[in-house]
Design a protein around this ligand. Structure first.
Ligand SMILES: [Zn+2]
Length: 433
């Protein structure tokens, strides 16, 4: 496959928008590295508050990024567990540390911009605190080995996050701190993506996007944009739970659907329903945009885009209409992780699986990138793949604005060396400073 794809042939947005973004970011190319502070020092399959609280060394992180020529740092300030890792009066901060503040201070001396990523609808802690705001099933079904009934809330076992009990702490005491911890354990690590975690299983909740959860999110966004000198605010999990096709059918959603589409419109099984879901997500995007820009008009905004088949997956399941969302927020951030599906390091079969997904992801973008109305900054993975696979993805998914890499912890020494060389030889330092 030709690794030099000229994406400008496929995009349809106004290139002045890219120029504007470049001026705001002070560089021709974004070279970003992401960090998820609550997922521990290895990959992203653990939830580890002790590491974030006591061991995570902000200066070491920033020194390494500077050495490898990164000009943007993507910090996940709120992950799917719901912890808010800044000085907050509105949210829940179990690590009792202002990590965002520490990173902002460290970034100032280094010419590294801070871009924050904010998990929106997926929030385990809020799901525990406010079950009445969790998305509701619209039909009976079975998933994750568990039956669910129409009308029930959709809280379920988390796909990827597992947790180990800290030394000397009992399960019961730890559950007081982390109320969404279940007593189920997963002890076997497999090669399939869904089998790579081990430890206690956590529960996961996608909140109803028509509930007061959105007001809560807006109050958090205000806090962050007001109090920290961030360059960009990006919304992750700006969507419905992709594991189900039947959420959310709570009374709030049904009432709003009826008001917008009429009494006869069919819930779940109609184009109106899909349209409704994408409108609801776009309404949240508008709130993000207005909230951020009212406080700081120079702060950029973005949204994380699920990739894949349009009709059956990104529209029907996630409620993400690329055109709508990218017309509202400044940057679109597709998540291009083909080699998370399989890496050659796990053997020939898994290498072929990864190669297949790589081929599919490129094809999917060629077909769909024109739907984005705002500049595209893709994020790709360094974790759980090798140097060659990582570079192949970085080259293919730089759509003109640069590339984001996911994630800091879990990147190998060989990959760090390759990242530095990529910045020097393929992007060019003159484009990064
Ligand atoms: Zn609802």
């Amino acid at each position: 496959m030709d690794t030099k794809i000229h994406w400008s042939e496929y995009t349809s947005y106004d290139y002045n928008k890219v120029k504007n973004l470049r001026i705001k970011l002070g560089a021709n190319k974004i070279f970003a590295m992401g960090l998820m502070p609550v997922r521990g020092p290895v990959g992203f399959r653990k939830l580890d508050y002790e590491y974030a609280e006591k061991k995570l060394n902000v200066i070491d992180v920033m020194d390494k990024l500077e050495k490898c020529h990164f000009n943007t740092f993507g910090l996940v300030i709120k992950d799917t567990d719901g912890a808010c890792t800044w000085d907050t009066s509105q949210g829940w901060n179990p690590i009792k540390r202002d990590l965002l503040g520490e990173f902002c201070d460290a970034g100032k001396d280094r010419n590294i911009h801070i871009m924050v990523s904010f998990t929106s609808m997926n929030d385990a802690y809020q799901g525990f605190l406010h079950p009445e705001r969790v998305s509701i099933h619209g039909k009976n079904g079975k998933k994750f080995g568990k039956k669910f009934q129409k009308g029930e809330i959709s809280t379920h076992d988390a796909n990827e996050m597992r947790i180990d009990l800290p030394k000397g702490i009992s399960f019961k005491d730890y559950q007081k701190k982390i109320p969404f911890l279940t007593n189920k354990q997963d002890n076997n690590i497999g090669k399939k993506r869904s089998e790579r975690g081990s430890g206690y299983i956590l529960s996961e909740s996608f909140m109803c996007p028509n509930s007061s959860h959105v007001d809560y999110l807006v109050s958090l966004i205000k806090e962050v944009v007001k109090n920290y000198p961030i360059k960009a605010f990006t919304a992750d999990y700006i969507r419905y739970d992709g594991s189900f096709t039947d959420v959310c059918t709570c009374s709030r959603c049904v009432k709003k659907f009826r008001a917008d589409f009429g009494e006869d419109a069919k819930i779940l099984k109609s184009n109106s329903w899909i349209e409704f879901k994408t409108n609801v997500i776009a309404d949240y995007a508008k709130k993000v945009q207005t909230t951020v820009k009212n406080i700081d008009e120079n702060c950029l905004t973005g949204w994380y885009s699920q990739v894949g088949p349009k009709k059956l997956v990104t529209l029907k399941r996630h409620g993400q209409d690329w055109k709508k969302l990218s017309s509202i927020l400044d940057m679109s951030i597709p998540m291009e992780y083909p080699y998370l599906a399989g890496t050659r390091d796990d053997g020939i079969f898994w290498g072929l699986v990864g190669d297949f997904f790589y081929w599919y992801f490129v094809r999917n973008m060629k077909k769909r990138i024109h739907e984005y109305q705002s500049p595209v900054l893709a994020v790709t993975n360094s974790v759980e793949c090798n140097v060659q696979e990582m570079l192949k993805q970085m080259r293919a998914f730089d759509f003109g604005l640069g590339i984001g890499v996911f994630k800091y912890f879990g990147t190998t020494d060989a990959q760090w060396m390759a990242l530095k060389e990529y910045a020097e030889k393929e992007i060019g330092l003159e484009n990064l400073n």
